[in-house]
Design a protein around this ligand. Structure first.
Ligand code: HEM
Length: 509
């Protein structure tokens, strides 16, 4: 997340340049001077004095720029973002070395100002350092929501989500057969509802927020809890690039993020209070909040609210990004859409696709994997901070550097993938392809910080793609490009996909 934050708005740093002493300049120019004699220094992408490579990153698609640089500078190189030394990794080998072998020296994170405010002292599994809080909170998350046992118990919520999505699409295509449909809007609200059921026991329609003295609808909650913080997380305070200038006030920026945070925190507080009241009157119902209340005695109230919010924002974002990209590719490519439809028809007949059938649908799995490879929803892993000198790819990496693992760059590596920029699910269906190829995309990260929600995301996304192709023929409306937009952690389609849906014959109830 930090990567995107720090690399996104490049205009402001110029303001900060004036008045910096030569002493400070010297301090940041030669970051490799401590390199031990037996290890070569990292290749460097040339930049400008003081601001380093910031201006070269103004395209706002850092994962793509990094992948381009890898062609010239190799799979590992360093750049300067203001005063920060950022080491960029673009191949599976160095990425795995960072995630596994060298993890003990790279297990913390340095946050941007915006994130620091929004994540309340790193009170989230995904943002925390690798410490006791992280280990305990991740265990709670896996045991009660995202691990295999918990996922079995959550089955009903997923089935309802898919059924509702299908019904809504049928209603839209029946009532407005010629109107294009915005799948994203519908599915992200569905996932938001699923996350509220998992965490709070109920898909809350509206809530009175004491601290804001207003009643908020479900849609308003979604905006304050998911959309606004995703945008806020990448808001740039120029002082992120020049921490030694943090004494200069930037009130406008701080007020904006603080305001966003106040709304988010007030809604979370009211939702949690409401769920506790409901929970005490509904015997036997267990949601994530119930578990945190009974087991997480050492967690503060703030931490509990943050852990609930984490599930909400993570559930309502990445899965919809992956599913939308897959449906977009299929709507563009009618031949492959037909091939998938035939596979599903052969395996499921006229029955609706269910989770039990997923292992029998290899082409569906290949489509999901290929979509993650070409359109990694998290193209750059949230930046890691090097807190002890280390080495990567045979180069010395000094402490104080940050590490950007460019998953997109790894997946565009011509040494590993033939015609990497082409979306070609058949590459995973080839008789000679190794079943381990499916792990090669690294879309869910790896090592001790591997994504906790991979199982849920894979199940929901495949089920949604399968069911919606089983029920509708998808065609894109004219003129839709596959441009990318970075929002917070994720790389979604710049414009939501707009498709015309033609229902196929109805399935058995
Ligand atoms: C297609 C969907 C998804 C993708 C591509 C994805 C990808 C990732 C990636 C790349 C990381 C970073 C790993 C690292 O720092 O090394 C991550 C972490 C994480 N993800 Fe996901 N994710 C997805 C869905 C989800 C869902 C649905 C949840 C549910 C709440 C979730 C929860 C988490 C958590 C809690 C972490 C932090 C794990 C840790 O730091 O130990 N993810 N995810």
């Amino acid at each position: 997340m930090d990567v995107v934050v720090n690399l996104q708005a490049m205009g402001a740093p110029a303001v900060a340049v004036g008045g910096i002493s030569l002493l400070l300049i010297k301090r940041f120019v030669d970051h490799n001077r401590n390199s031990p004699p037996d290890l070569p220094p990292l290749p460097e992408v040339p930049g400008m004095p003081l601001i380093g490579n910031l201006l070269q990153l103004k395209e706002k698609k850092p994962h793509k720029t990094f992948a381009k640089w890898a062609v010239t500078y190799g799979p590992i190189y360093s750049i300067k973002t203001g005063s920060t030394n950022l080491v960029v990794l673009n191949s599976n080998d160095v990425a795995k070395e960072a995630m596994v072998t060298r993890f003990p020296e790279i297990s913390t994170r340095k946050l941007s100002k915006a994130l620091d405010i929004l994540v309340a002292d790193k009170s989230m599994v995904a943002i925390s350092d690798y410490d006791e809080f992280h280990k305990t909170a991740k265990r709670y998350l896996l045991t009660h929501i995202l691990g295999p046992n918990a996922q079995r118990q959550q089955r009903i919520h997923r089935d309802t989500l898919i059924e509702n999505t299908s019904n809504q699409l049928h209603a839209l295509s029946k009532n407005f057969p010629l109107k294009s449909i915005n799948f994203r809007e519908l599915f992200e609200l569905g996932l938001f509802g699923l996350a509220m059921k998992q965490t709070l026991g109920e898909d809350v329609e509206s809530v009175y927020v004491d601290e804001l003295q207003t009643t908020m609808s479900r849609y308003e909650m979604f905006n304050c809890l998911v959309r606004d913080p995703m945008v806020g997380a990448i808001d740039v305070d120029w002082r992120d690039f020049f921490p030694y200038l943090k004494w200069i006030p930037n009130k406008r920026f701080e007020n904006k993020i603080e305001q966003m945070n106040i709304h988010k925190a007030a809604i979370m507080k009211s939702l949690v209070q409401r769920a506790r009241k409901q929970s005490s009157s509904t015997e036997g119902m267990q949601c994530y909040l119930d578990y945190l209340d009974s087991e997480g005695k050492m967690l503060s109230e703030k931490q509990i609210q943050m852990l609930i919010w984490e599930v909400i924002i993570e559930t309502a974002d990445t899965t919809v990004v992956a599913t939308e990209w897959a449906l977009f590719e299929l709507a563009k490519d009618l031949k492959r859409q037909e091939r998938l439809y035939e596979e599903i028809s052969r395996v499921c007949g006229s029955d609706k696709i269910t989770e039990e059938k997923l292992p029998d649908l290899p082409y569906l799995y290949a489509i999901f994997q290929e979509t993650l490879r070409v359109h990694s929803p998290v193209p750059i892993i949230p930046l890691r901070y090097v807190h002890e000198h280390t080495q990567l790819g045979g180069y010395f990496v000094p402490s104080g550097s940050e590490i950007a693992i460019n998953i997109y760059g790894c997946n565009m590596d011509k040494n590993v993938w033939e015609n990497p920029e082409q979306w070609n699910p058949e590459r995973f269906m080839n008789e000679n392809s190794d079943p381990m190829d499916l792990q090669k995309t690294m879309a869910f990260g790896g090592g001790k910080r591997v994504c906790a929600g991979a199982l849920e995301a894979m199940t929901i996304s495949r089920l949604a793609i399968g069911r919606l192709i089983q029920e509708f023929e998808w065609r894109l409306t004219e003129g839709q490009a596959d441009d990318v937009d970075i929002v917070g952690l994720t790389a979604r389609k710049l414009q939501p996909m707009l498709a015309i849906l033609k229902p196929r014959s109805r399935l058995a109830e």
